[in-house]
Write a protein that binds this ligand. Structure first.
Ligand SMILES: C[S@@+](CC[C@H](N)C(=O)[O-])C[C@H]1O[C@@H](n2cnc3c(N)ncnc32)[C@H](O)[C@@H]1O
Length: 238
């Protein structure tokens, strides 16, 4: 849609109808995007089998995380956790940026603990309290925490680049404000996973930021849609 038309439509189309149109477009895009991703990475062809194995290995810790530490709307979904573990096992990232520590940190630590790849995991948060909770949870379930850093400290490490990035940091306002920096942190050939893409205006703003970074956005709605209608997308360098 043209940039000049958008504000006009926003004024004349009721919010409920805009939401319906958004959901319709998102749902329509999802299966095509998943097929595109499978064509690019044929290893994903048997996603169902890979996902079942990954989910089984995460489920008990996920249940524990939701019972003892967080709530479903704040922790990543089991669907996204599963996708991340499948992606790690297939693409074997060495250096991972986990923005918004929590259960996602446990997923990446599980990958590191069960892989022959030497993994360098950076788990970052804008809340020191949540970094401490992540550290405690990881230890409780027998995982060995790696780097746990406040966002402000991470910002000073300008030169660091990663093979896999999960962007799930802070509030949606923080998420959007930090997105340009985050998109610049991926190695060529790397992947950036953006959670909460069901949310507007984040979705539209994230699409524009990804385009400005000459990256392509691929919906992961087909495999990450959860009980509260959340889903993620993948930004890859073009
Ligand atoms: C969407 S959460 C990040 C979730 C994390 N990736 C995970 O898998 O658990 C975004 C931010 O909210 C904060 N947070 C995490 N869990 C929370 C909770 N249960 N209540 C309030 N804030 C929380 C943290 O500071 C985190 O950076």
């Amino acid at each position: 849609m043209g940039n000049r038309l958008r504000p006009v439509l926003r004024r004349i189309v009721p919010a409920s109808m805009r939401r319906q149109l958004f959901n319709f477009r998102e749902a329509r895009q999802a299966p095509d995007d998943w097929r595109r991703l499978v064509r690019a990475f044929p290893e994903l062809e048997d996603y169902a089998t890979l996902a079942e194995r990954a989910r089984t290995s995460l489920e008990s810790n996920y249940h524990r995380y939701l019972t003892e530490v967080s709530i479903p709307s704040m922790a990543i979904s089991i669907e996204l956790a599963t996708f991340l573990l499948v992606a790690c096992r297939l693409f074997r990232p060495r250096k991972i940026l986990d923005l918004g520590s929590g259960f996602s940190s446990a997923v990446f630590l599980h990958y590191a603990a069960t892989s022959t790849t030497e993994v360098d995991l950076w788990s970052i948060d804008d809340s020191e309290e949540w970094l401490a909770r992540t550290d405690l949870f990881a230890r409780k379930v027998g995982l060995v925490p790696m780097r746990l850093l406040p966002w402000q400290d991470f910002l000073r490490r300008r030169e660091e680049r990663f093979d896999l990035v999960l962007h799930d940091l802070g509030s949606m306002k923080t998420r959007l404000a930090t997105l340009p920096d985050v998109l610049g942190r991926v190695n060529s050939g790397g992947l950036v996973v953006l959670d909460d893409m069901h949310k507007q205006p984040y979705n539209s703003a994230a699409r524009r930021a990804v385009k400005r970074h000459c990256m392509t956005l691929i919906s992961l709605r087909a495999v990450t849609l959860d009980q509260i209608s959340r889903y993620s997308m993948l930004a890859i360098p073009t």
